[in-house]
Design a protein around this ligand. Structure first.
Ligand SMILES: [Zn+2]
Length: 371
């Protein structure tokens, strides 16, 4: 990931922050210290407002991190793999690698985020209430945090993708219809409707003179609309794939090379004659690894003739291996998520074939046109 820095590890989950987050913190600090804070905490110096604005912004992003941690921990409790949490300009995202297996699990994973935000909001409200008559920095900080967390919690409950409310609604329809794909279609329909309402509301605001608010609301609508369109495309894709298994689309008998030959030989005898960019490396009849042009290019040319490929290949322990009976639907996110172009298909240690991104795409296209 570019422009992303690792902040640390929280409850076993890597937390990253993007460069955009710094811009968001600066914008939020400026907004808070020039308007809201002077109104609720008058007669302080501008330095105090900036400092207080910065502290509020940092606490706000800490709240967003807790919201995402909620999603991640509940997902993990349901046995799903959580890749990381990334905080960026619009908030945060939990990268959960797998889909929930039941509507109940999906519901819990989605709803926990808004509940955490609303919970933090209520907690800050409870602390703010006794101080509401005083004019102090802590009272102002608590007011900002309770309002913003409640807004974030409620906003995320809007039933449109990619907001948590969209996933909550999908889980409900999934439970009712018993069909995850149909639930997605209904939910994206509702999401698009809400998106159009936002856009119309935005246009209305612009024409009644509230240009900035109108643009902002219209932008939210556009964002919701494009998200629900892409989710609908994904659902159609899943439907086309249906119950296709890995062995139905794998390329059988891929090119293999023995581990003890030299880099020069693999280039001369395999890569060049067959226009290959990679080949599986075998030790007797076992898959030992994969050799690609990339590894070879890192070795100086004069060493090619006396370097065995076994020394430079990517060993099989570092390869992601799939089984022939696995569903293509489950395997494909691994390829796109990790940007892998081919996966070896192995059963009982024997290489049966290779799953190739291009071949899968052609196969999907073919199935779609035959439907
Ligand atoms: Zn969320």
């Amino acid at each position: 990931m570019s422009g992303v820095y690792r902040l640390g590890r929280l409850a076993g989950i890597d937390v990253y922050i993007s460069f955009g987050l710094f811009i968001a913190i600066i914008l939020l600090t400026v907004t808070l210290s020039s308007g809201w804070l002077p109104r609720i905490y008058p007669n302080a110096s501008s330095g105090t407002y900036i400092l207080l604005g910065l502290i509020s912004s940092l606490f706000l992003f800490l709240s967003i991190l807790l919201h995402e941690l909620g999603h991640s921990l509940v997902a993990r409790a349901h046995g799903l793999k959580v890749k990381n949490i990334v905080l960026f300009i619009f908030g945060g995202v939990s990268n959960i690698e797998q889909e929930a297996r039941t509507p109940g699990a999906d519901f819990q994973i989605a709803i926990i985020g808004p509940l955490v935000s609303i919970g933090i909001g209520l907690l800050c409200f409870g602390l703010w209430w006794p101080l509401r008559q005083s004019s102090s920095a802590i009272q102002a900080l608590l007011e900002v945090l309770f309002v913003m967390n409640l807004v974030i919690g409620v906003f995320n409950l809007i039933p449109g993708y990619p907001l948590d409310g969209g996933r909550v609604l999908r889980a409900v329809f999934w439970k009712i219809t018993g069909n995850a794909n149909r639930a997605t279609r209904i939910t994206t329909g509702v999401g698009s409707l809400i998106a159009y309402l936002f856009i119309i509301w935005g246009i209305f605001q612009v024409f009644s003179g509230d240009v900035l608010d109108g643009i902002w609301i219209g932008f939210i609508g556009w964002f919701l609309l494009s998200a629900s369109n892409s989710v609908r495309a994904q659902a159609t894709f899943d439907e086309v794939l249906g119950d296709v298994t890995v062995e139905e689309v794998m390329v059988k008998n891929p090119v293999t090379v023995p581990a003890n030959i030299s880099l020069q030989k693999v280039i001369d005898d395999y890569f060049l004659p067959q226009a290959l960019r990679s080949a599986f490396v075998m030790q007797a009849s076992w898959l030992a690894g994969i050799i690609t042009l990339n590894e070879i290019r890192h070795i100086p040319r004069e060493k090619w003739s006396n370097t065995p490929i076994g020394l430079v290949m990517i060993p099989s322990e570092r390869l992601h291996i799939v089984a022939p009976k696995q569903q293509l639907r489950e395997v494909l996110p691994l390829m796109t998520g990790r940007d892998v172009n081919q996966l070896p298909v192995v059963e009982d240690g024997q290489l049966l074939g290779v799953l190739n991104r291009d071949v899968i795409l052609r196969s999907i296209e073919l199935r779609r046109s035959l439907r």
